[in-house]
Design a protein around this ligand. Structure first.
Ligand SMILES: NC(=O)c1ccc[n+]([C@@H]2O[C@H](COP(=O)([O-])OP(=O)(O)OC[C@H]3O[C@@H](n4cnc5c(N)ncnc54)[C@H](OP(=O)(O)O)[C@@H]3O)[C@@H](O)[C@H]2O)c1
Length: 276
């Protein structure tokens, strides 16, 4: 069975990712700080007949993060999908926030995404298959005043964009998930239904579908999709130009003959495409 490692799986969107992947017959490695929360998610995963491994780690701490990096680079227990979901927001105004908290926000939302991806990719590329989902946010597009959270998510969007281009032809897919407000429990639910509020299960399903289609950006919800689609228009032509310019540079480092370079091979596997 393929294996996915999900960060921030103790609650919220990460727990939903674990649930939806387990329903597809994917084994899970669940990462976060709260062991009880991880054990609750593990019980759900096992209820679907999948294997659940619990890995307690503070991703903002380099020593603790090293245990997750080691798990991702273990060639004897390959991880086929990495879901970089863990993240948090320092909601105070930048100038009123503690520098220590702002650094932890960068360590969790940016450094962990970079270092875990760095550990996971070599094995995936060697196997010619695998995928990485980076949870960004619609906030990453907004010059919103106040918190510096939005700038960390803008980095996740830019990182995924450039990495996805570098991975073209490797058989490894990468997608940025860019949700608006989700009812994951950390926000108070609105009094009446609103298209601005997204259901986490629908968000995860949309993301897995878009990954299967080879897309590199997933924006669930029609309002958010319309805004992002408009903002992304000029970038599409830039991407095409960068692709053309990069063609020459990538010649000579094409995949080895005989390696499987079937795009999204993991996400096209019968187990991932099963009923959810
Ligand atoms: N909810 C929204 O409206 C919304 C909108 C757009 C994007 N997002 C993004 O979606 C992702 C999930 O959000 P959510 O709503 O599910 O948030 P949540 O309910 O607060 O869950 C966050 C998860 O991240 C983990 N986490 C936080 N800091 C960590 C650390 N230092 N080390 C390890 N794990 C850590 C938490 O686990 P522990 O506390 O157990 O460590 C928890 O499992 C985040 O990246 C968030 O920025 C959320």
């Amino acid at each position: 069975m393929p294996t996915a490692l999900v960060t921030g799986a103790s609650r919220g969107l990460g727990a939903v990712f674990a649930d939806r992947l387990a329903r597809r017959g994917i084994d899970l490695v669940l990462v976060a700080r709260d062991r009880d929360g991880l054990e609750r998610t593990a019980a759900t995963v096992r209820g679907h007949g999948a294997v659940a491994e619990v890995l307690v780690a503070d991703l903002a701490d380099p020593d603790a993060r090293a245990s997750v990096e080691l798990r991702l680079s273990d060639a004897d227990r390959p991880v086929d999908m990495l879901v970089n979901n863990a993240g948090f927001e320092v909601s105070d105004e930048f100038v009123n926030s503690e520098l220590r908290d702002l650094q932890t926000q960068i360590d969790t939302n940016i450094t962990a995404v970079m270092s875990l991806t760095h550990s996971a990719l070599p094995g995936m590329i060697a196997r010619g298959s695998g995928s990485v989902i980076n949870v960004a946010s619609f906030a990453g597009y907004l010059p919103s005043p106040g918190s510096s959270y939005a700038s960390t998510k803008a980095w996740v969007l830019a990182f995924t964009d450039t990495m996805a281009a570098s991975l073209a032809g490797s058989g490894v897919g990468m997608i940025a998930l860019c949700p608006g407000r989700m009812l994951t429990g950390k926000h108070k639910a609105p009094d009446s239904p609103s298209p601005l509020w997204l259901e986490p299960a629908a968000v995860v399903e949309q993301c897995l579908r878009d990954l299967e289609r080879g897309r590199t950006l997933c924006t669930p919800g029609w309002i958010y999709r319309t805004v992002v689609g408009t903002l992304e228009m000029p970038r599409r032509s830039l991407r095409a130009a960068a692709k053309l310019a990069g063609r020459g540079r990538t010649q000579g480092r094409r995949p080895k003959a005989g390696t499987q370079h079937d795009t999204q091979s993991l996400t096209r596997s019968p187990s991932l495409n099963g009923a959810a």
